[in-house]
Ligand binder design. Structure first.
Ligand code: GDP
Ligand code: MG
Length: 736
């Protein structure tokens, strides 16, 4: 390291593609004060030149020209090792502006090495000829360093590089933000896993940027692999993890990790160019660009996005309704069979009402949830998700966020937990926390069962529209709340970001199926754990304590009914033989008796629940929900719904369980809840807005690293949920 205080010596590396004009600029800067040698041990020429300028002694090192920073050639290894190992004070990247895309491919790889950069857009004359308009400030803010224009062979702008170098060295340059190329969820996950292992090794930490090592190892970079010498348990673990990660990615993408990573870099660059360079008229376009002309069109972009999301929900509900019916029938059969086999009593009640009722009631939504994730992964895998974010960029700016936050919002339709984790790609802390706070307003798939149940019961044919309106309400509220928070809690501008626009691809069936399978496993695990335990707990608290007095009364009533019919049924039976008229009368009478018994059983269940722990708790919190028109049962369901939204349905299932097994839940809710279509809608609005589940809370806690934000998120969501539900009831009452 140079001694900054006394001598003010600055070491500057000059890098860039071959023929970008490096030598021309190097000569222009250093004149004749050059020293030619070789890079340690190899025959690649190393040229150094010095300049004394404004009291600084600046040493320029001309790096070998390369197109990339892989380990394919000795030049590439020399260039990157110099940046990583010698740590020059400033790296000047000479870019041929007539060949921006290819030159930026090197630039983004240099940035990954870390350090302070200046980007020199050389051949500015060629760019002008091509009709390119380059926004230097914007490009600089994305790359994380100042951008200068030069025409090397005519010496234009070259001296400004010296001032630029000193500004960066003295930390006076605007920036200096380290950007990261985002590689997409799957790859990012593997990078962080490997990175964590790398960080456990003290010999590697400090020597190389851990993220860079992670990326390079995933890319199967032979030079970096050589640095992991496997001479310790930790290094052994790193090598093993790399193999596992690469295999996992190959399974998902059907392609080697290095290819996907390269694609992502180009995607990043394409987004970078889209945002900071206006293309002239005579530029050729590839297919992706042609599709983008339509999908990211200023006027068509948003309507098309809304259309695609609408199609997504149509597929989810319409296609999903078939397998849903099969599962429903299956659950019904199972419940009937078990009821038939088991003797009456506590155990039967636990199995039938608690477990089958609770878990089965949720299981039927598996197809919907899988289809939703199927659609979302198609959005992601085709590359459309990035365009959606690009299109929404301007809308997101209304709340002071970047389009990138929108990706986490769409993912929120699937599940808020991974969506909240996806905000890791946002580097700015304020943007991140804000995006995390509004994410739960995106209606996740766990809320779907509640919507389908309640909307299906109260709105019949219009249920689909009601559900769509809830999703839309969630988005609108996210925007309003986001704007409010931006104005109050998170003042300031969002940081510039690049929306990477990867080339369109046809998704592989394999990757889509893997995504769906991962979801299915999560959902099934949730059914086997949270929902199962939740159902049993709710069943317990709704079955105990037992009201002895009522039990006795019930037995008496039951006996009375049986007695009332016994005499006449017996006498009919005796005289029935052969006479069809009397047989019919007998059948009718038996049916009448059974119905009376069923009614009685239903009444008993209601009485039991009313008297139970849950009934008492429900009634004590009733005042909170009374203004919204919810009965104590809905109140209890909302409270248990904190655990997970599917549990709302399980709870309603237990609380409204009628006497007859075939008594449908929707029917029972409509008959006994006292909800009207208006208060039912208010209930759905409440479900939409209040805290989605404990797992989301845990994710908020983990990603914000703060209990205060976690509690704040619960607080604002409950308050908003109550106020919005209240508004629905009041406004609705005025209108009707
Ligand atoms: P290097 O391979 O990166 O060292 O590139 P050179 O410095 O050898 O330059 C390659 C060619 O580009 C030479 O013929 C230069 O004269 C020419 N050149 C350098 N800068 C510019 C520029 O700004 N505009 C134009 N039109 N040509 C340039
Ligand atoms: Mg040269």
């Amino acid at each position: 390291m140079p001694d900054r205080s006394s001598e003010k010596k600055i070491v500057v590396a000059i890098g860039g593609n071959p023929n970008s004009g490096k030598t021309t600029i190097f000569n222009e800067l250093t004149g004749s004060r050059q020293k030619v040698g070789n890079w340690g041990g190899v025959t690649v020429e190393k040229i150094e030149g010095t300049v004394n300028y404004n009291g600084y002694h600046i040493v320029f090192v001309d790096l070998p020209g390369t197109y990339s920073l892989t380990a394919y050639s000795i030049e590439e290894i020399i260039a990157r090792n110099f940046i990583v190992e010698e740590r020059p004070d400033v790296v000047v990247d000479i870019i041929d502006s007539g060949n921006l895309e290819r030159n930026l491919y090197l630039a983004v790889q240099m940035i990954e090495l870390g350090g302070d950069f200046i980007f020199v857009l050389n051949m500015a004359d060629m760019a002008k000829k091509q009709g390119l308009l380059i926004d230097a400030d914007k490009l600089g803010s994305f790359l994380g360093g100042p951008v200068l224009f030069t025409v090397g062979n005519r010496g234009i702008g070259v001296k400004a590089i010296l001032d630029g170098v000193i500004d960066v060295y003295e930390q006076r340059a605007t920036k200096t933000r380290t950007i990261q190329v985002p590689y997409g969820n799957e790859i990012e996950e593997e990078i962080s896993t490997i990175q964590a292992k790398v960080e456990a090794d003290s010999t590697l930490v400090g020597a190389y940027p851990p993220r860079w090592l992670g990326v390079k190892l995933l890319e199967n970079d032979s030079d970096v692999q050589g640095k992991i010498r496997r001479n310790s348990e930790v290094q052994e673990a790193i090598a093993e993890q790399v193999a596992v990660s690469r295999k996992h990615l190959r399974d998902i993408f059907d392609e080697e990790a290095e290819n996907i990573i390269a694609d992502q870099r180009y995607g990043f660059i394409s987004g970078l160019l889209q945002e900071s360079v206006s293309l002239g008229t005579r530029t050729k376009q590839d297919l992706s660009q042609k599709i983008d002309k339509v999908l990211t069109n200023r006027l068509l972009g948003i309507p098309l996005l809304v259309l695609f999301i609408w199609i997504m929900f149509q597929v989810t509900f319409n296609v999903g309704s078939f397998p849903m019916r099969w599962i429903d029938t299956g659950v019904g059969l199972l419940s009937g069979a078990v009821s038939f086999l088991l003797p009456d009593g506590i155990f039967k009640s636990l199995i039938v009402d608690g477990i089958i009722g609770g878990v089965g009631g949720v299981a039927i939504f598996l197809p919907n949830i899988l289809l939703l994730f199927f659609m979302i992964s198609i959005f992601e895998d085709t590359g459309y998700m990035a365009r959606a974010a690009f299109v929404m960029d301007r809308v997101m700016h209304l709340i002071g966020l970047h389009g990138k936050s929108f990706i986490s919002m769409i993912m929120g339709f699937g599940c808020n937990v991974p969506a909240i984790m996806a905000t890791r790609t946002l580097e700015n802390e304020k943007d991140r926390v804000l995006t995390i706070l509004i994410n739960p307003l995106m209606s996740c798939s766990a809320r779907l069962p509640v919507y389908v149940l309640i909307a299906g019961t109260f709105f019949g044919k219009r249920a689909g529209n009601v559900i769509f309106s809830l999703y839309a309400l969630g988005v609108v509220l996210a925007i309003i709340v986001g704007r409010l928070f931006r104005k109050t809690l998170f003042r300031g501008e969002s940081e510039p970001f690049v929306m990477e626009l990867p080339p369109y691809r046809i998704p592989t069936l394999k990757s889509v199926v893997i995504h769906m399978w991962e979801r299915a496993v999560l959902f099934l695990r949730k059914m086997g754990t949270v929902i199962l335990v939740g159902s049993v707990v709710i069943w317990f608290f709704s079955s105990f304590p037992v009201n002895r007095a009522y039990r006795t009364e019930f037995e008496r009533k039951k006996a009375a009914v049986e007695e009332r019919y016994e005499g006449s049924i017996d006498s009919l039976r005796r005289s029935a033989s052969g006479d069809s008229e009397i047989s019919a009368e007998l059948t009718a009478l038996i049916k009448e008796r059974d119905e009376a018994l069923l009614d009685l059983a239903g009444e008993k269940k209601q009485q039991d629940v009313y008297y139970s722990f849950i009934g008492r708790m429900g009634r004590s919190i009733e005042p909170f929900f009374r203004p919204l028109g919810f009965s104590w049962r809905e109140g209890v369901a909302l409270i248990t719904g904190f655990v997970a939204k599917e549990v709302v349905v399980s709870t309603l299932g237990v609380l409204y369980a009628g006497g007859g097994e075939e008594d449908e839940l929707g029917f029972a809710v409509r008959e006994r809840s006292g909800l009207t279509p208006l208060t039912a809608f208010a209930f759905l609005v409440f479900v939409l807005i209040y805290t989605p589940c404990l797992a989301t809370l845990a994710a908020v806690r983990q990603e914000t690293g703060s209990w205060r934000w976690t509690l704040f998120s619960v607080g604002y969501q409950i308050t908003l949920a109550w106020l919005m539900a209240f508004a629905v009831v009041k406004v609705g009452a005025l209108v009707t």
